[in-house]
Design a protein around this ligand. Sequence first.
Ligand SMILES: Nc1nc2c(ncn2[C@@H]2O[C@H](COP(=O)(O)OP(=O)(O)O)[C@@H](O)[C@H]2O)c(=O)[nH]1
Ligand SMILES: [Mg+2]
Length: 355
Amino acid sequence: MSQLAIYLIGAPRAGKSAVFDALTMTPEGPHFTTRSGHRYGAVKVPDARLDALREIYRPKKYTPAEVTFVDPASSGASPTKFGEMTGLLGNADAFALVVQAFETVDGEGRPLDAVAQAESVLLELIVTDLEKVERRLERIVQDRKRGQKTSEAEVKLLERLREELGRDRALRDVELREDEEKLLRTYQFLSQKPVLIVANLAEEALTTGVPAPLRAMAAARRIEVLPFCAPLEAEIARLDAASQADFLRDYGLTEPGRVRLLQSAYRALRLISFFTVGEDEVRAWPVHEGTNALGAAGKIHSDIERGFIRAETVAYDTLLQSGSWSKCREDGTLRLEGKEYLVRDGDVMHFRFNA
Ligand SMILES: Nc1nc2c(ncn2[C@@H]2O[C@H](COP(=O)(O)OP(=O)(O)O)[C@@H](O)[C@H]2O)c(=O)[nH]1
Ligand SMILES: [Mg+2]
């Protein structure tokens, strides 16, 4: 994962574009680029720990993690039909499912039913995958008839997935072995990707929160649901930092919507951060939970992975308390970790390697 991409999906007029506007708004105005009608907005992931490390090192370069939000161009009359967008959506690392939860009627003029709206989009991800599985299985049958060699393991796995998808089960809820996971990677299945729900609420509803039925539905699927008021969040994001804090307090919000959404996305993606520090650069590296030191090294450069010797590692708060790398070395809090060491959130790492 070089650059994380979170794609906004949802029913027509659910407020995807309005949420995107809020997520990419800055005091200097909206910040995004457009390609083939799709809007891409790169934002930096705020991290107070990284800020504190910058204070210590005063580096030439300061590099927070970056996430790109994508607002896909809707495709004509039925923008929720993923069929023609499958290729594009396959590039997503995660989806933010925007659910209209303001007004009393939905984007198509029917009485508002936020739960049904969310369920229908989630089902569409599943159906898109099911169609893909079926196409692939048919193809394999054809190949066999022509005497081509096909993989029995792949057929077995696809048949199992067909059954699960047929029962409306998302692939993210299907347990897969590591080799199966690997086999499926090129398929870019949509229902396998982490999802979070953005409940686009009316301003008045912010105090009462996400409606209970939507909360229950999300909880049952172990999906996080985020209360969000798109126009209000856009207004907040336009303010300078000082007025932002006042404004947030008035609405009983702890953080701007963008920050809350990023935190939720990190949880959905099971991401943690390790840091590299120095006078040249202070930088955050997002990695999946369970990444070992060797994998972390590979995030930075394949040469560092190849020549890996040891990872000098210290917990962020320990480094902060002692104030410097050399003090940590003196105190014996700096550890020398091997390839298999499991990276923890907040580790500060320096890799020794053979060039
Ligand atoms: N009142 C209200 N209107 C909204 C909100 N979010 C979006 N809208 C309006 O709903 C309409 C559809 O929103 P849009 O973001 O274009 O939906 P999309 O089709 O999902 O991209 C637009 O007229 C928006 O101005 C909201 O939180 N409150
Ligand atoms: Mg739109």
